[in-house]
Design a protein around this ligand. Sequence first.
Ligand code: 8YV
Length: 324
Amino acid sequence: MTKPALLSTGPMMPLITDQIEAAFEVHWMHKAGDVKAMISEVGPRIEAVCTGSHTGVKTDAALLAKLPRLKIISNFGVGYDTIDVPAAVKQGVIISNTPDVLNEEVADTALGLLLSTVRELSKAETYLRAGRWPVEGDYRLTPASLRDRKVGMMGLGRIGKAITRRLEAFGLPISYYSRSKQAGVSYPHYADLTALARDVDTLIAILPGGPATQNIVNAEVLKALGPRGIFINMARGSIVDEAALIAALKNRTILSAGLDVFQNEPKINPEFLTLDNVTLLPHVGSASIFTRDQMGQLVVDNLILYRDRKPPVTPVPDTPFKGW
Ligand code: 8YV
């Protein structure tokens, strides 16, 4: 039996690589000397794409146009903002992602980043490691505490809810911003992000990236958040006007920020590194072996199900499965 042709937009973890190599004829973009020539040669035969935001490659309309037999794009990650969804829909391509298996891990990381930012835990450890404790005395009392804070969630999807379960255990009042009010949710709802920012002092972002949320955290929102304000981003760098955020941190328009995601990862804006009121993580929200293995297996399962002409396990809502 000939193996169907698959294009991978970049390297994948061994768990994925081993299984897709066994089931497909895999063409790796990062191994191709001349990507354009490789795509022109194999593009007409490609039936499946394996991708993820870590590859840095966009599955855009131009690439999709070169893959006329494409049936499935299996995305590593719950967020699939590097894929041109309308173009995939137009071409009748199913997109699958890796939801649910990462909810609790990302929520754990969000709380870690929140605590580290509020109580300056990374800075306090750096202080100790630099030998400053015995010389200069105790690390400073932190200006911020969770004890007197109100949280505004930006996005209340499955990961958002895993975060709010934790925030409730911490005893924190919660409100949320989303386009429409969710049935069965009792937290105050805001359809206006600036109004939410005005009423809380801590914003936690966990909503999808892409055109609909591009730069929604802008100078106006940060000003509304105010000088006690803390902004935590577990979503995508694209949701923030980074120049406005850097200015707000520099001018102390807000107190501080905790960021797991950035525009132009991994080459983040170097200005962030010069600021002392921002906690920076290298996009590690879901990054444990335990959780990444489960995400990787979902990537493979969706691809193998396509090969066997069975329904995918996690198609995204934009491309419901109607048959191959
Ligand atoms: C991954 C993520 O780091 O699931 C997501 O959307 O951002 C992360 O879990 C990323 O997708 C790796 O490509």
